[in-house]
Design a protein around this ligand. Sequence first.
Ligand SMILES: Nc1ncnc2c1ncn2[C@@H]1O[C@H](COP(=O)(O)OP(=O)(O)OP(=O)(O)O)[C@@H](O)[C@H]1O
Ligand SMILES: Cc1ncc(COP(=O)(O)O)c(N)n1
Length: 260
Amino acid sequence: MNPPVALTIAGTDSGGAAGTAADLATFAALGVHGACVITAVTAQDTTGVSDIHAIPLATVEAQLHAVFDDLPVAAVKTGMLGSAETVELVARLCAGRLLVVDPVLVATSGAVLGGEDVRRAYLDHLLPVATVVTPNLAEARALTGRDGSPRELAEELAGLKPAVIVTGGDPAATGECTDWLAEPGRAPIPLRHPAIPTTNDHGTGCTYSSALAAHLAHGAPLREAAEQAAAYVTRQLAISKTWTLGRSRGPIAHTSGGTR
Ligand SMILES: Nc1ncnc2c1ncn2[C@@H]1O[C@H](COP(=O)(O)OP(=O)(O)OP(=O)(O)O)[C@@H](O)[C@H]1O
Ligand SMILES: Cc1ncc(COP(=O)(O)O)c(N)n1
């Protein structure tokens, strides 16, 4: 039997922690065939981003047509899109599909991966056609332009149409992470899971949104897919927590923990 197909539209991370490296590894681990459309090439490691090469819009469009013309794509996930034009293109070509939008604006390292025009394009074009959007707290604050609680921001963003999961919480303080799931017209729901104490978390957001897309591609309902995605991320952080890869924020594990 064929596996479901998921497509990631994202940038590369030369250090193998975030972006398409995280997305394709996560799809594979969760039994999904992964297709990938590259939007930007980043020179990046655990300490930061030193260069970004944006892929020309026509090449992004050609990649999208190549995938959609040939493969039965069950779910699409977007990561770093990098320019307002790319956000608009993706919104136009992915409208009507099962679409997980991770609104990547700033990397864990603090590098800006999308400026004000990108933020605006998310609000005007991509969020309205998304199935679910997965900002972390900083991204939710940037998108709404205000300093609310995760619950309030989830509710506000869900008013723009898609379901929203504001990820994160305050693991250091409470020992658990709380993601807030808000769907239009319903009270937000807290989704709680144990926090893994670690700084090896570069790529966590990409891994989470890819796991969410993979479970949706398998046909899981949104809440169940969100719970499964958080469980996957927790398991992978538990594997990488003792690693000493790189000079700064190490990668979340994309391996299964075995040696061979
Ligand atoms: N230390 C942790 N232990 C367990 N789960 C975690 C931890 N940190 C984050 N998570 C979970 O990972 C998922 C992604 O959330 P997070 O807010 O970290 O994304 P992000 O900030 O975009 O990640 P990153 O910027 O590192 O890619 C959420 O389900 C969140 O609860
Ligand atoms: C190409 C690319 N895409 C996304 C992220 C965000 O991931 P993180 O927040 O873990 O740095 C990144 N750093 N690089």
